[in-house]
Design a protein around this ligand. Sequence first.
Ligand code: BGP
Length: 485
Amino acid sequence: MTGTAFPDGFLWGVAFAANQAEGSYDADGKGLSQADVVPFAKASDYVDLHELMSPTPERIARAAATPGTAGYPKRRGSLFYERWEEDVESFARLGIRALRLSIAWSRIFPDGDDDEPNEAGLAFYERLFARLGEHGIEPVVTLSHYEMPLHLVTEYGGWANRRVIALFERYADVVLRRYKGLVRNWLTFNEINTTVIEPYTGGGVIDDGSGDRAQRAYQALHHQFVASALVTRRAREIDPEARIGCMLARMLHYPATSDPADVQQAQHDNDMNLAHSDVQVRGAYPGIIRRHWREHGIEVRMEPEDERILAENTVDFLSFSYYMTLVSAVDPSKYGATGGNLFSTIKNEHLETSEWGWHLDPIGLRIALTDLWTRYQVPLFIVENGLGASDRVEPDGSVRDDYRIDYLRRHLQQAAEAVADGVDLMGYTVWGGIDIVSASTSQMTKRYGLVHVDLDDEGRGTGDRTPKASFDWYREVIATDGASL
Ligand code: BGP
C-alpha cells in the first residue's frame, strides 16, 4: 500500500517533552519540577526502576538539595533550551508540519502557587512558537507531560489534592491567552492513564508508605479529568479556533489463547485502558472502572458538579502513544514474560521485541486505530511512535539506523491501511525527533531521535547534533505525503 491514503493537511511531525529535552532546569527563574529530582543520581546508579518511579519524601529532599547537574540526565536533557534555534532549523529542513512539545509548568509558575507568572519562561515559549510559525510548523502543545512544580508535590501531595485543579487552570489560562494565535492544538495531560500505573510520574503522588497508593492515584486521576475538562472549556472561551485533545497511552491487549476466559481477560484489560478515553471523549466514567473501585475498596471523592463538568467538556480529538502491544491471560504465570521496564507482559511468540523487551507490532497500530475510531468516531492523532535503540556512531560520525527506518515504515504503512479503511487520522509525530532522555529508564542512550545528540548517560559529550539515516528517510516520506513508504 502506498501512502497516498494520508489526507490533505496531514500533520507530519516529531514529538518530545520539556522534561526530557530542555535541560536548563534552573535557568531564568524556572522552579524545580518532579522530573528534576527523580532520578537524582547518575543513570548508571539506578537499580530498581519501580523504586525510582515511587520516590519517598527523603529521596526527594536529598535530590532537591543536590546542586548543579548532579541530577543528570533530566536536569540537562538534550540541551534543547540552549540549542532550540538550531533544532528548529533542522526540523524545518526535515519539512515537518507539526511539532509536539510540552510546556514546563515550572517555567511559568516556578512553585505552582506563585502570585505572578515568570515572564522569562513565558517569553521563551513565545519565541519558540513564533519561530515555528515562521517555518509553517504547527505547535501541538501538551500542558502537562510528566511534569509539575515540585512544590506542589511536596507541599500539596500532587494531584491527589483538589486544590491543584485551580492552580492548573490558572496556569493554563495564562498560556492559552499568551499563545493565542500561535498555538491552536492543545493536549491537556500526557498519557493520562500513567497516573494509576506510576502515580509519581503521572500525578506527582509520593510513596509515603501509607499503603493507600491506589486510592490516592485514582483520586489524582479524577482531579486531572476535572482539570482537563475545565481547561477544555476555558480554551474554547479564550480561543474559538483552539482544538483540544486528550492523550492516552494505548495499550492494546491480545488474549494469550482463544480460551474465552483469556479473551474476556484481554477485553477487560483493553476496557480498563480505554476507560480513560471514555471519560474524556464520551464524558462519563464507564461501569468497569466503578466496579474496579468497589472491588478494591477505592473511594473517589467527587464534588456534585464534577459529573456535569466531565459531560459538558469533552475533547475535540483523541491523541495517543503507541509503541507495543501486550498479552493478557487469566493465569499469566503459565507464560514467559518480556519487557524489562515499566511494562512486563507475557511474551507474544509471533512478535520480535526491541532491545528493551517491547513487542514490535505494526499491525497492532492498525488494530488500535480501527478500534478507537469505531468506539469514538472522533479524529485521532498518533502523537508518539518510535523505536528506542542504542545507536552506534560510525567512525565518520554517521548513524545508520536502518532498524528505526524499518520500524517507522512498517507502522506508517499500517496507519495508511487504517486511513484507507476510513479512519479519520489527523497526524503522526515520531517520538523523539532529536535524542532525548528516556522517560522510564532515564537513559540518554535509549535513543529515539532522527537526529543524534552527542551526550551519554552521565551527561558527557558535546551535545552536538547529527542527522541519522532516518532523518533523510522521513524527509522523503513527508515530501511525498507518504507515497514513498
Ligand atoms: C511515553 C512517554 C514519553 C516517552 C515514551 C518512550 O510513555 O509519553 O515521555 O519517553 O513513552 O518511553 P521511554 O522513554 O521510557 O522509552
